[in-house]
Write a protein of this length. Structure first.
Length: 155
């Protein structure tokens, strides 16, 4: 006779069968761990911040200058994370964003809209709770200023 082990239903399963019965492992969504890199959250937050009307650019003056040089190098490309820093934990994240606003917009309203858009985008895509979005306005883009970071450039 085969040695049997009793499961929670009182039914026996052969010892050493190595394979649990269907349903014993629980919900498949809980069988493992998902980690999200800081850069993933930074990219989502950067794209969400750029979508807000009144945001001219992301990053400090130095970061934008360095980014403009990198954009001109073949393969350098634009980076969606410029001006964004995220700290990601297991269930929460905190985000810092440096922005340049257009002249004439309400900075308080732009900051509120950026915060709302970033929180909604990051929470929807990652499932992480966004505990804070800190926004630093580093510059105002005046109408007569040339762009540091021209997006349409013929070469």
């Amino acid at each position: 006779m085969t040695d049997m082990a009793k499961d929670s239903t009182g039914r026996g399963t052969p010892l050493g069968s190595g394979r649990p019965r269907e349903g014993q492992l629980g919900d498949p969504a809980t069988r493992g761990r998902t980690t999200i890199a800081d850069g993933v959250v930074e990219k989502i937050a950067g794209l969400a911040a750029r979508d807000v009307v009144g945001v001219h650019a992301l990053g400090t003056g130095f970061a934008r200058t360095l980014g403009a040089v990198r954009d001109r190098v073949p393969g350098g490309g634009r980076t969606a994370t410029r001006g964004v820093k995220a700290e990601v934990g297991e269930v929460q994240t905190a985000i810092d964003i440096d922005i340049v606003v257009e002249y004439g917009v309400s900075i308080a309203e732009v900051a509120r809209a950026v915060r709302e858009n970033v929180i909604a985008g990051v929470e929807r895509m990652t499932g992480l709770e966004v505990v804070e979005v800190n926004i630093a306005v580093g510059d105002v883009k005046l109408p007569d200023e040339e762009d540091d970071d021209p997006e349409t450039r013929v070469q």
